[in-house]
Design a protein around this ligand. Structure first.
Ligand code: NDP
Ligand code: 8X3
Length: 259
């Protein structure tokens, strides 16, 4: 296992779920953490927890990744000591709605495309040049099984995650003559605030997604992300698809006890 001690790890969408678990996993491994999300109070609470628990050096940024100018300016004006990002975890993302395409809400579509695709691009475009200049860096994108295997009523979310997969694979080709690495970690069902956000705050509907099925936890996913980040420099984990044992594809899931 390669050490990431004192490396600067930038996790987008660290105020909840997988991003928050990644922050814990990287802090536990001795990294310094740059954390962004829109809910700054949550980030500051997390920073305090990481400082107490692991003695982690944390810098928090209130940032909406959809805002291209804000992303440019936030990254350009990072204080000394935080500019040289070693590992970028492009995690910020969401699903909105669960509808047949011809009945979908176009505002939901815009939010997903602006966050999952354009937001990931704005952050990447502003972080990767520094990595290339330093000949050092690792980009880990959080995709989804939905980016390999589409499902009904998820067309636009699926499309955004197919886009993440295409960006990941093409970026790896763009950087093949550098020491930089590009990975994606593509989960199936993980219990986070994801479904609450997808169903616009409907708690009962969100809970039902995870009822009677032993789904992954955000810590399970963070473990895979950390695995990618801690391989020796000549080894690139290109892609990890990680799902609950009770899920075999986007649509094949076993509800109830396993035999
Ligand atoms: P959560 O809703 O728990 O976390 C999403 C995180 O993204 C939050 O920290 C949120 O912070 C942040 N975020 C959302 N929009 C923005 C934005 N515009 N700017 C900055 N940050 C933003 O969900 P998950 O942890 O489950 O989701 C994380 C990633 O994992 C997503 O890319 C999702 O698509 C992917 N994924 C999730 C799966 C699951 O089943 N849970 C399965 C496969 C992939 P804030 O609201 O404070 O801005
Ligand atoms: C999230 C996985 O199947 O809940 O990316 O949409 S799914």
């Amino acid at each position: 296992m390669a050490s990431i001690r004192d490396m600067i790890v930038f996790v987008t969408g660290a105020s909840s779920g997988i991003g928050q678990s990644c922050a814990h996993a990287f802090a536990d491994a001795g990294a310094r953490l740059l954390l962004c999300a829109r809910r700054k109070e949550r980030l500051d609470d997390l920073a305090a927890e990481l400082q107490t628990k692991y003695g982690t050096d944390v810098f928090t940024l209130q940032l909406d990744v959809r805002d291209r100018a804000a992303v440019e300016s936030a990254i350009a004006s990072l204080p000394d000591g935080w500019k040289d990002i070693d590992i970028l975890v492009n995690n910020a993302g969401l699903a909105r709605g669960f509808d047949k395409l011809h009945e979908g809400d176009v505002n939901d579509w815009e939010e997903m495309i602006d966050t999952n695709v354009k937001g990931l691009l704005w952050v990447s475009r502003n972080v990767i040049p520094g990595m290339v200049a330093r000949s050092r860096g690792h980009i880990i994108n959080i995709g989804s099984i939905a980016g390999h295997d589409p499902y009904p009523k998820g067309s636009v979310y699926n499309a955004t995650k197919f886009a993440v997969d295409a960006i990941t694979r093409a970026l790896r080709m763009d950087l093949v003559d550098t020491p930089l690495r590009v990975s994606s970690v593509d989960p199936g069902l993980v219990e986070t605030e994801f479904s609450l956000v997808r169903f616009h705050g409907d708690e009962d509907r969100a809970r039902s997604v995870y009822t009677d099925i032993d789904v992954c936890t955000p810590d399970d996913i963070a473990d895979a992300v950390l695995y990618c980040a801690t391989r020796p420099p000549h080894v690139s984990i290109n892609e990890i698809i990680i799902m609950p044992t009770a899920q075999a594809s986007s649509i094949v899931k076993h509800v109830g006890p396993l035999k």
